[in-house]
Write a protein that binds this ligand. Structure first.
Ligand code: FES
Ligand SMILES: [Fe+2]
Length: 345
């Protein structure tokens, strides 16, 4: 059975990736071709001509439309055939499949479920995006060799940072600090405060703390697969309020997971920070550190995926730290059951 949720907005591409050339990407197992119309709006079709199934991405843009490279059938961005060479009548079946798109936060988002539900207001809010006092590391991309749910597990799992990320964002002080978990219908939050501890290497490098800090990790997962990690430090003993946290050293790391296939995932990410906001060097350093951190995750998750495939088992032992991942899996299963019901009705 597929692990995908279809009624959701996924990042299909960064805006800069889509232009007046044809760009291909596989999403939820579907081969797609993207381009921009002359007015700048993005368009997408399934990358398969309804005639002989030639990939449309081998064709050519003609104005706003896409002309198949095999026999020249031409489709507009709504999937309608607008021209068949040598034939005046266009049969109703001569259409290519398309999906709703929306552009926000420098990304092109795609909705691959029921088109009647494709409301752009449901795109997740990226906190502090575009606000003064916040610097953005934008438009980053990684490719993970695992099912997206292995990544959502990881992104609400503060416990692994001590081990997988010892050289980057973790340290041993957090080893035995418990994680609290909350949830509602489409959101799971795992969080913890590690009080009165040494700043971690990143905070050591970026902050100006002279003594111990209280540090927080809030791992939000907006279903099915947008993660926001709210991470920061304040001088030990200060109030744990939004105002104090914004006045401390704070960052929001967004990861937008888009399933490519059942065993591979597009990993789009951006990062907002409130420190060294005018420093290109700090931005480059954050980008390097985040990339190193995520590649540490990618490496272990690829191995986890292979073992899961080899054994057909996902986990043998359930630990207390699996509370948040288990909730996500349950909520995803519920969304899938709802979609299956709707499709049947
Ligand atoms: S395969 Fe596309 S027009 Fe024939
Ligand atoms: Fe990680």
């Amino acid at each position: 059975m597929s692990s995908f949720v279809r009624n959701a907005w996924y990042v299909a591409a960064w805006s800069r990736e889509i232009g007046r050339q044809l760009t291909t990407r596989t999403i939820l197992g579907e081969n797609l071709v993207f381009w921009r119309r002359e007015d700048g709006t993005p368009a997408v079709l399934v990358d398969r001509c309804p005639h002989k199934l030639a990939p449309l991405s081998l064709g050519t843009l003609v104005g706003d439309d896409l002309q198949c490279g095999y026999h020249g059938m031409t489709f507009n961005g709504s999937g309608q055939c607008v021209r068949i060479p040598g034939q005046a009548a266009i049969p109703p079946s001569a259409s290519a499949r398309t999906f709703a798109l929306a552009e926000r936060y420098g990304a092109v988002w795609i909705w691959m479920g029921d088109p009647a539900l494709a409301d752009a207001a449901r795109i997740v809010e990226v906190r502090r995006h575009g606000e003064p006092g916040w610097a953005l590391v934008d438009g980053q991309y990684l490719h993970f060799d695992c099912n997206y749910l292995n990544i959502t597990d990881n992104l609400v799992d503060p416990a692994h940072t001590t081990y997988v990320h010892k050289g980057t964002i973790g340290n041993a002080a957090a080893e035995d600090v418990g994680v609290k978990v909350e949830q509602d219908d489409d959101h799971v939050l795992a969080y913890r405060w590690v009080n009165d501890s040494e700043p971690v290497p990143l905070v050591q490098a970026m902050g100006s703390f002279t003594g111990p800090v209280d540090r927080w990790q809030y791992y939000h997962l907006h279903l099915p697969s947008v993660s926001c990690v709210d991470f920061g430090s304040i001088a030990a003993g200060r109030e744990h309020s939004e105002e104090e946290m914004d006045a401390g050293l704070r960052s929001f790391s967004y990861n937008f997971l888009t399933p490519e296939t059942e065993t591979t995932t597009h990993y789009f990410w951006l990062h907002l920070r409130n420190y060294h906001v005018d420093s290109a060097e700090a931005g480059a350093q954050v980008a390097r550190l985040m990339t190193d951190t995520f590649l540490e995750d990618a490496a272990i998750l690829a191995r986890v995926q292979r073992e899961q495939e080899r054994t057909g088992v996902r986990e043998f032992v359930r630990l207390a730290i699996d509370n948040a991942p288990a909730r996500i899996r349950r909520l995803i299963a519920r969304q899938q059951a709802q979609e299956a019901e709707q499709a049947a009705a």
